[in-house]
Design a protein around this ligand. Structure first.
Ligand code: NAD
Length: 309
């Protein structure tokens, strides 16, 4: 029998995780506190799998992948015999504390418990639990079946063996795990995304460029490289002798620029101007259609990246 993963919470991210694990051959037991969330999810999973199949991003038929995803009648039933539990419920500390206390009391001692939380550190919801050494954050990027990064962010008391087993399970599921050595708000991805947004907001607010041109800086500039290498590999290749050579040539410029990069206050007047510019380029009633276009572009990009390996 194939190994089982429990996915708790059948919203946007829970359903996407179900696809990730089922696509990799795991049995998935999905559970949600709201029965309607489970009732509607089969059709949504089927639609997502059909899109993936049309881009060659699953090796089996959508039906075969879907047949590995089961809905459980209770939290206890979902957790039974699971090697790993992926929690995807509401993003508040109180809700995470309550669900992890319940899961810690129900799950077998060897079961790893992970949370998809975007911002809450593991220690905020695991500190007082007897099984706290098997609990950690595994933060995905939406949707994880298209964007493989998963940030493993353990608490100081999460055991090294738990982190290694989790890393192995996500790797076998086709994801790209990174491990944080210590806890920090926003983990890695959202901190870096926040730094880029901070500077884009400052440049817009101070009148240096339109929102459309600032978006172009990423989509027709930095972003092209960033889909296959990060900032450190970029600077390693952008000077003939590598990182230290790059730092000797350009380090002082970045240092000077950094002194002019203040934290942005996200003030409403600036955001309303950006909103107005965006609505001029994309009317509100076309947001959903454009999000589907984005997902299709992402699928095309992932299909391309798969061929390059
Ligand atoms: N949406 C994103 O882009 C994104 C990206 C990365 C991580 N996350 C994280 O994933 C988690 C889920 O987010 P989402 O966007 O899927 O939310 P969502 O609102 O789409 O889904 C949440 C689901 O959890 C269920 N739920 C709520 N409380 C519950 C409980 N106590 N027990 C069982 N089920 C419960 C709800 O019925 C709902 O189906 C959050 O922690 C969020 O921060 C979201």
């Amino acid at each position: 029998m194939s190994e089982k993963i429990a996915v708790i919470g059948a919203g946007l991210i829970g359903r996407a995780w179900a696809i990730v694990f089922a696509r990799a051959g795991y049995r998935v037991d999905l559970w949600d506190a709201v029965p309607q969330a489970l009732q509607g999810c089969r059709q949504l999973l089927q639609d997502n799998l059909a899109d993936l199949a049309s881009h060659g991003l699953i090796d089996e038929t959508p039906q075969t992948v879907l047949s590995r995803i089961h809905t459980a009648d209770s939290l206890a039933a979902a957790l039974q015999d699971a090697i790993l539990v992926q929690e995807n419920v509401k993003e508040t500390v109180d809700v995470k504390r309550a669900i992890f206390a319940e899961m810690d009391s129900l799950a077998a001692p060897q079961t790893i418990l992970t949370s998809s939380t975007s911002w809450i550190p593991t220690s905020a919801f695991s500190e007082h639990l007897p099984g706290r050494d098997r609990i950690l954050v595994a933060h995905p990027v939406n949707p994880p079946y298209l964007v493989p990064l998963v940030e493993l962010a353990p608490a100081p008391w999460t055991s090294a063996a738990t982190v290694e087993r989790a890393r192995d399970i996500y790797t076998r599921a086709g994801q790209s795990p990174v491990v944080l050595n210590k806890e920090i708000t926003g983990f890695l991805l959202n901190r870096i995304q926040g730094a880029v947004l901070n500077e884009a907001l400052n440049l817009y607010e101070n009148g240096y460029a339109t929102a459309a041109d600032l978006d172009k800086v990423l989509k027709d500039g930095l972003g092209l490289r960033w889909s296959f290498m990060g900032p450190f590999e970029t600077i390693d290749l952008n000077a003939p002798e590598g990182v230290l050579d790059y730092a000797r040539r350009y380090g002082h410029t970045y240092r000077d620029v950094a002194k002019t990069q203040a934290p942005n206050e996200w003030n409403s007047e600036t955001l309303e101007r950006i909103e107005a510019e965006r609505r001029g380029d994309l009317p509100a009633d076309q947001l959903g259609e454009r999000a589907r276009w984005r997902d299709n572009r992402l699928m095309g990009l992932m299909a391309h990246k798969r061929k390059q390996k």
